[in-house]
Design a protein. Sequence first.
Length: 590
Amino acid sequence: MKLTSEQKAILNSTGNIKINAVAGSGKTTTIIEYAKTRPKGSRILYLAFNRTVKEEAIKKFAEANIPRVKVKTAHSLAYQYIVPNGNYKVRSHGYKTHELVDILKLKGDKQQHTEYVLANHIMRFMTYFCNSSAKKVNDLNYLSMVTDPKAKKFVKSFYKVILKNTRLLLGKMNNGAIEIIHDFYLKKFQLSNPRLPYDYILFDEGQDASPAMLEVFLNQKAIKVIVGDTHQQIYGWRHAVNSLQMVDFDTYKLSNSFRFRKDVADLAKTVLEFKNKFSSIIPVTITGKGRSRKRKVKAVLARTNLGLLLKAIDYVVEKGKVKKIFFEGNINSYTYAEEGASLYDILNLYNNQHKLIRDKLIKEMGNIKELEEYIDRTEDVQLSMMLEVVKKYGSQIPQILRTLKDLHVENKDRSKAEIIFSTVHRCKGMEYDSVQLVNDFINEQKLDKMIELGEMPELSKLNEEINLLYVAITRTKHYLYIPEDLIPSETSGSKRIIPLKKVIEEPDLDPSIANNRITKVLYEAADFGYQEIRRKHKDAYQPWNQSLDDELTIKYCEGVSIDTLANHFGRTRGAIRSRIKKLELKEIYK
């Protein structure tokens, strides 16, 4: 294969290095070539980000005929050192809140459900400690991790109780009184100060390393290579750190993306430049060299589970446009919280059907108000999002979920899905021929407003929000469908990105049935700068006319949701449905 000058420089390097690799830059290919060129007999360890990446890497190293490379995830490496020797039993899933209440014999007080709120914070504190490089629980300040004012007030009041029981829970795991969780044996591995029998250690996705595993990595005598993308850090909420910025290794880069074209690269760079509004970043070089024009795999990507689920409902239930779908990570992961509560449980609470609630925590809630108070005191984002879905769709939820599950294909039939739905976190490392973004990411207008009002969150969280949009954009290989609100005011010197005329090449819009009027409108739109497109929308509140009908048709073909259309045109959802019916859009573009 023909290597770039950047790749050759990496292969010729000596000593510890870090590689900042933009999305789609062939970092795995580069690492394989690096391993090939190491001296014969070298013992090499490749640390993969997750099991999916691990299995793919094992396959690629085998195809490249490099059997001396061992591929592990951080957890699988830690497991082999800790679990068999410690005679531990591992719990496949974490402990539920109500289980911790029983294990630790937590007591409530005058406030409702205090024992459950305590259990929630104890579990989070333990996770924080297990992923940190701290030697003792007392070395950490859990209060600094809590941001919501109500939750912060609660933690401050009960800090000693939370700290004491976090240590007690860890002690029970350590002496085998209860099953251990995966993060626990990773922590034990770090604290054991292991010495690994390798000459080279290649650490992938370094921008999302846990401090615990980073310490293990840095303590090794092997030659160390850490690779990742500074701007793809999106797991700070899991206590990950951007190790590319923390290690003092010689720096190399991979700036050519072979995944996407120049226009996508320009858009991605402009999004990253949002960070200059509140800090100073080194200019990013991304050269788009992608040539793929396939449109086999189409994905809809969202920032949140809620945004994704609402978009899937709109596609499948509102429009009935697709017959086979696939959710990255399985559809059940979007309808159940990590602790086990389901949308059905919250719906039954909402409808005062307590006898139908299965989850013990939700069953303890007297009503929705109590659940909302619990969410406020724990910052439980998953439950909060599920509650929003219940409030929006109510008793329609069972039928909606049945419809989604009936259309959902198994993992082995993933390639048969017309649309793949995923959050950005679940599609990390993936790529698709065509990507449509849900309008639930941060945008330039929201960012400017926060700065103007002085309502800025922590810089690390703000950086991560921008990273999420960057990662979502860079999943595409060719086609990108981006909501108007997410388009930056400028894109690397140009006020245009992907021409709207590309919409007629959208897989679920058949150009052969598009009449001349629609085709003409699409091509005319491509000749405007995006400032001009925004200016056109000032007339959105006028009565329906030819121009508004054309605009509605284009947005409908782009897959814009009923809710977004209603908000954009300043009309009710019923009015939008009525206009879609009158224009026979479902029949024309089914």
